[in-house]
Design a protein around this ligand. Structure first.
Ligand code: 6R9
Length: 645
């Protein structure tokens, strides 16, 4: 295989061998530009439809889009059955590896049987098309089986990341109106079984709409049991028939809700539908990763509870008949070479992960990947935050052996699939930039008034035309959907990211412009953490910022004002508050640092000036004292405050 060669000191041409056989070549951009809707229509034809659409896009009531109007399909049939019917039943869909080292190999034929049994079980439990089903599971095959079973019967799944707290789960169950929760006794995390069921018991106790809890046995740990409500997965699913005739649903039938942080404490339930979503995730997965179903072994090393897992562990790869790897645990368990060992063991050819993981590997050192045979890899991907050029080079050299292109993919929960990224057989790669809009996607960098900016000026990223896998609304709140994404510029989608475009047309993403932090690829709103802190009796006021962090992208730094002067402001209280937030929202939201201050900088309208706090948070050396009184910090803030007019 040829190397990715550096052409002009900063960009890397596609390897010749890859370009010669790439799924998509340079013409794809012209083709999409000539007729965007015809382009997406041909992408939709890669799927199997029960009935074709009458109209590609109905945009008569913006920003409420309808794609492939009148078309009917079944998402699970497209992901599983049709491959079995075409004679690929013996192909492996997933090489699953548990953290303790247990494994399961699941072929497409086996996956079909499991999904059909689970679909029959859901029907027996009274779940109907349109009902919401919560999935709160570790990274085990049942997570995928449950998602596909929902899709098969037209139920709407809502996967809640296993790391979230009982409160986070309860508010999502309530908001979505879930009727069933699918969970497990526990999962393996960092070498030990960690419980999941207690959080479900707590959350479901507050959610009268939930009729049943279906429990997968994973760790065999003891669980509390509510007779009549709780059922073992093996008992209910195990006895079902593997025959299930699927029904076809409208292209706009809801497929799933995924909650993501917004600028208020209430998370937003992003709604995705069927035909357009599957069209774009399948096409982008095939084009961005140059996926060859007969020879590739594809691995998205992420959690299914993140949109990246939905689109690029489950729906995209399955729609394309990929063979994937799925891993339950953390990269350092039982040793820091675990991921590289898995690449070697399964002959992974395409690896897709987040920069935060790459930076962790960098910290651990290049000797670790050097100890494994990674020669099967031919392509690498990055997602979740900008990949800094140092991490890009390290990934390129020490994981990709200098020969694998890296596709840096910009997209969001809301966009459903890739939006801005290079194509591996076409684009000369520029480290640090996500580069160009995917064919058929129209993105621009604009100023506050929505005017397109000159090259190299910093502005806001907008999407100017609807796209097939776009969110359709925020669950139960059309007004918030319009307000959040479409009211700022009227006719353009406001992504919430700062960006600039260089003279070569490459787009550089510069992070969120709203108050949403990105910690290891997880979005957490400053407001959510602030409300948790203020919820503690010792805290009067809190301001939270995301400060650049070499490993996690951003780290959470909180400034708190205590209720009574003289309250203990030492290390012990800081630890108590950190634990309090972790318990409230989830461990991912635990502040990296909490500083006790006497005052917070505010605008005249009373809005906290987080920008100034971020300046402080980022200039501080880590490992410093975690508490401080007003003098030094507040003086610094005051010096930076603009003089009153
Ligand atoms: C897929 C996903 C979305 C936000 C997005 C942006 C950041 C994601 C990026 C990136 C720069 C990339 N982001 N990918 N920034 N380059 N390649 O991450 O979805 O969890 O909804 O986060 O993540 O800020 O707005 P989600």
């Amino acid at each position: 295989m040829s190397e990715t060669t550096q052409v002009d000191g900063r960009s890397f041409a596609p390897p010749e061998a890859l370009a010669a056989q790439a799924n998509v070549g340079p013409d794809v951009y012209d083709e999409a530009a000539r007729d965007r809707l015809a382009f997406w229509e041909s992408a939709a034809r890669r799927l199997t439809w029960d009935r074709e659409w009458d109209e590609v896009l109905d945009w008569s009531n913006p920003p409420f889009a309808k794609w492939f109007v009148g078309g009917r399909l079944n998402v699970a049939y497209n992901c599983v059955d049709r491959h079995v019917e075409a004679g690929h039943g013996e192909q492996v869909a997933y090489h699953w590896e548990g953290e303790p080292g247990d494994t399961r190999t699941i072929t497409y034929a086996q996956l079909k049987d499991e999904v059909c049994k689970a679909a029959n079980a859901l029907t027996e439990l009274g779940v109907n098309a349109g009902d919401r089903v919560a999935i709160y599971l570790p990274m085990i095959p049942e997570a995928i089986i449950a998602m596909l079973a929902c899709a098969r019967i037209g139920a709407v799944h809502m996967v809640v990341f296993g790391g979230f707290s009982a409160d986070a789960l309860a508010s999502r169950l309530d908001d979505a109106g879930a009727v069933l929760v699918i969970t497990a006794d526990g999962g393996y995390r960092r070498g030990a079984p960690s419980a999941l069921k207690p959080a479900v018991d707590d959350a479901v106790g507050r959610s009268p709409g939930v009729r049943n809890v279906l429990v997968v046995k994973r760790t065999e740990q003891d669980v509390e049991w509510t007779e009549g409500r709780d059922l073992w997965w093996d008992d209910v699913v195990g006895k079902q028939s593997a025959e299930h005739t699927c029904e076809f649903f409208d292209a706009e039938h809801p497929l799933y809700i995924m909650y993501t942080s917004g600028t208020t404490a209430k998370p937003k339930g992003i709604l995705h539908t069927s035909g357009g979503y599957l069209t774009q995730v399948a096409f982008t997965h095939w084009a961005t990763f140059d996926l060859k179903p007969d020879t590739d072994v594809f691995w998205t090393a992420a959690d299914v509870g993140w949109v990246t897992g939905h689109s690029y562990i489950v729906y995209g790869p399955l729609a394309n008949r990929a063979t994937s790897v799925m891993y339950e645990g953390t990269p350092e368990t039982p040793h820091r070479g675990r991921w590289f060992e898995l690449i070697q063991k399964y002959g992974v050819t395409i690896l897709y992960t987040a920069p935060t993981v790459i930076r962790t590997f960098m910290k651990w050192g290049e000797d670790i990947p050097a100890g494994f045979d990674l020669s099967s890899l031919r392509l690498l991907g990055s997602v979740g935050e900008p990949i800094n050029p140092e991490a890009w080079s390290w990934y390129h050299q020490h994981v990709g052996g200098g020969r694998c292109p890296i596709v840096d993919t910009w997209w969001q929960t809301e966009t459903g699939g890739h939006m801005i990224n290079p194509l591996p057989g076409v684009t000369s790669l520029v480290p640090g930039s996500a580069q160009v809009p995917f064919p058929g996607i129209s993105a621009k960098v604009v100023d506050d008034e929505g005017n397109e900016l000159a090259d190299d000026s910093t502005g806001l990223l907008v999407i100017t035309e609807p796209w097939p896998s776009m969110l359709r609304t925020i669950w139960g709140d059309d007004d918030r959907y319009v307000d959040t994404y479409w009211s700022r510029f009227g006719h353009m989608y406001f992504a919430g990211d700062g960006a600039k475009k260089d003279a070569d047309g490459n787009i550089w993403l510069l992070g969120r412009v709203d108050d949403v932090m990105n910690v290891s690829g997880h979005r957490i709103s400053t407001t959510e953490v602030e409300s948790s802190l203020v919820g503690h009796p010792a805290v009067a006021e809190a301001a939270v910022v995301g400060a650049t962090d070499p490993t996690t992208g951003q780290g959470i730094v909180a400034f708190v004002i205590l209720r009574e002067s003289g309250t203990d402001s030492g290390d012990e209280l800081v630890q108590t508050l950190r634990t309090h937030v972790a318990r409230d929202i989830g461990p991912i939201a635990k502040p990296r640092q909490i500083m006790v201050v006497q005052e917070l900088p505010k605008t005249r309208s009373g809005k906290i000036m987080r920008r100034l706090l971020r300046d402080i948070a980022e200039n501080r050396e880590l490992g410093d004292v975690t508490t401080l009184t007003d003098s030094s910090v507040m003086n610094m803030i005051k010096e930076k405050l603009p003089a009153a007019p």
